[in-house]
Write a protein that binds this ligand. Sequence first.
Ligand code: PRP
Length: 181
Amino acid sequence: MEPIAEILYTEEEIRKRVQELAAQISKDYQDKNLLLVGILKGSFIFLADLCRQIAFPCKIDFVAVSSYGMRAESSGVVRIIMDTRESLEQKDVLIVDDIYDRGLTLNYLKENFLTRRPASVKICALLKKELSQEVKVKIDYLGFKVPNKFIVGYGLDFAEEFRNLKYIASLKDEYIKEKMK
Ligand code: PRP
């Protein structure tokens, strides 16, 4: 069965938007101590493209988190399973993620990072789901809005597949149902 329902953003559209975000970030952080922190795994392609468009050398690190509870539940708990190697102290931390969905991950990480004496903590998310999020988090740099469908590609997966698509797409409901059987 063809899994893709609709291509939402093409490779070219993504490239252009990532360039725009990087230009804004380069301007805002030119005199700062920028540390980009990508959230694994979903952000790896976005971060790789974004950092290469930033106009000056900057530090890069990663965290991995695990969400407890079913995705459909509202009481998900987020836990860091791999922390940054860099200290965040005195750094201007920019959290980079692929998607702001329910908001649990970004909210948790921002609050957690703020306790580590950083100079500042902001968020850059490539995508945001159109429907209102359970947890409101300020997204300082946003790429695109996407419909409340299952989104894959450019780092985003369904059951660990589709991360390597060059575009961002929605999956067919029938395909998801078939795979969940
Ligand atoms: C996804 C995505 C975000 C998070 C967003 O990660 O990459 O980090 O969920 O969801 P939230 O706003 O509801 O917290 P996932 O747990 O699927 O892991 P992955 O990045 O390794 O695919």
